[in-house]
Ligand binder design. Structure first.
Ligand SMILES: [Zn+2]
Length: 133
């Protein structure tokens, strides 16, 4: 077991499951190869008997140096954060489209002499901000 703080430099096998690729047709699965990344991956191809298996890449990154560059938990988290940020940006852009009619209607009311233009604008903006990410 690696000591905390040394986890980036010392090989440690605790992240490896006992077996890989276990399923009904192969209940025993496969023993881990400790020279390879510990991640269990799902092949992209659907069908054709493609099963979950141990990652084929060499280990050397992340806690216990048990991961490949791709499956290093830090890299996985960064990738996830990147995807989330892109999703949020898209969501924000969409919201302006969804609220476009509402914004126009408020502006129209103000242009036509709404007697509390500031109050109306604040109300519409507050409503819009409720759905912000
Ligand atoms: Zn990997």
């Amino acid at each position: 077991m690696a000591i905390a703080g040394d986890e980036m430099t010392e090989r440690d096998n605790t992240a490896y499951p006992e077996r890989y690729g276990q399923w009904g047709g192969n209940p025993r699965g496969f023993a881990p190869n400790y020279e390879r990344c510990c991640a269990e991956v799902t092949p992209n191809e659907r069908g054709g008997g493609a099963r979950r298996h141990q990652c084929n890449n060499k280990r050397g990154y992340g806690p216990g140096l048990a991961y490949c560059k791709t499956h290093n938990p830090d890299a996985v988290a960064a990738k996830r954060a990147e995807r989330q940020a892109a999703y949020d940006a898209k969501w924000e852009a969409r919201r302006y489209e969804w609220h476009g009619r509402e914004f126009f209607n408020a502006l129209d009311q103000i242009a036509n002499g709404h007697n509390d233009a500031r109050g109306l604008a604040q109300e519409i903006i507050a409503k819009f901000k409720e759905g912000e990410r």
